[in-house]
Design a protein around this ligand. Structure first.
Ligand code: COA
Length: 198
């Protein structure tokens, strides 16, 4: 089985790498800027992970080919988007007094899809989040993101809620979660070497 090289990035460097990598994602209409990523994560416990691989024309080099970013979801959020998310989630899962990690953004560059990079990042995020004392990971996607929906299914996230868009069902939102436990981490299948941020 392939051994994945995963690097944890600092906020400064990680936000720039993600801005750069997102140029390669045709399916995102609104790409996140480094500034947006910094504003969201600054002052919030967060984890920026990237999976590295060698480009075909330079097998000596390792470049980020997939990323996954998550942060703590507080129950007293002041950021309007996160306060709305917390309100929505409260309808489906216990939130107050619980430690919930929100898996915010992620993806794999098209040339590197289907090689387990996203599974490796997901498993590493889960292991880290459990170690940090989070009980649960929550993720949100949209009906139209079929590859992501299929992937989250393979990664055994359970649907907790569905929010229908007023007039375009492709834009309807799907909320999923996974409860963290030592047994879940023991069932992980990817082999990973993790380089931690300084
Ligand atoms: C979804 C995405 C992250 C998957 O990345 P990836 O590195 O190719 O995923 P992996 O190779 O790690 O696959 C993880 C699991 O999902 C499955 N999977 C991945 N892509 C799939 C697809 N298109 N259809 C069905 N299953 C899929 C794999 O079979 C694997 O399951 P397994 O480990 O049980 O075999 C990638 O396709 C992507 O970045 N898509 C665009 C991003 C996007 O749509 N974002 C929406 C915003 S929420």
């Amino acid at each position: 089985m392939m051994r994945h090289t995963i690097r944890q990035f600092s906020l400064e460097r990680g936000s720039l790498e993600i801005e750069y990598m997102e140029q390669y994602f045709g399916e995102f209409q609104e790409k996140k800027t480094a500034g947006e990523i910094r504003r969201r994560l600054l002052g919030r416990p967060h984890l920026i992970l990237m999976s590295l691989a060698a480009p075909p024309d330079d097998p000596e080099q390792l470049i980020p080919v997939a990323f996954k970013v998550g942060h703590e979801l507080r129950t007293d959020e002041t950021d309007p988007a996160l306060a709305a998310l917390a309100d929505r989630l409260r309808d489906w899962i216990p939130l107050d007094g619980r430690r919930v990690f929100y898996s915010w953004i992620g993806g794999t560059r098209s040339d590197w899809r289907g090689q387990g990079h996203y599974r490796a990042l997901t498993e590493e995020q889960e292991a880290w989040a459990l170690h940090q004392g989070y009980e649960r990971i929550v993720v949100k996607t949209k009906n139209r993101f079929h590859a992501m929906r299929a992937t989250l299914d393979h990664l055994r996230f359970d649907i907790i809620g569905y929010e229908r868009h007023a007039f375009d069902n492709a834009e309807s939102k799907i909320y999923l979660h996974k409860q963290l436990s030592p047994g879940l981490i023991r069932a992980h299948v990817t082999q990973r070497e993790v380089q931690h941020a300084a």
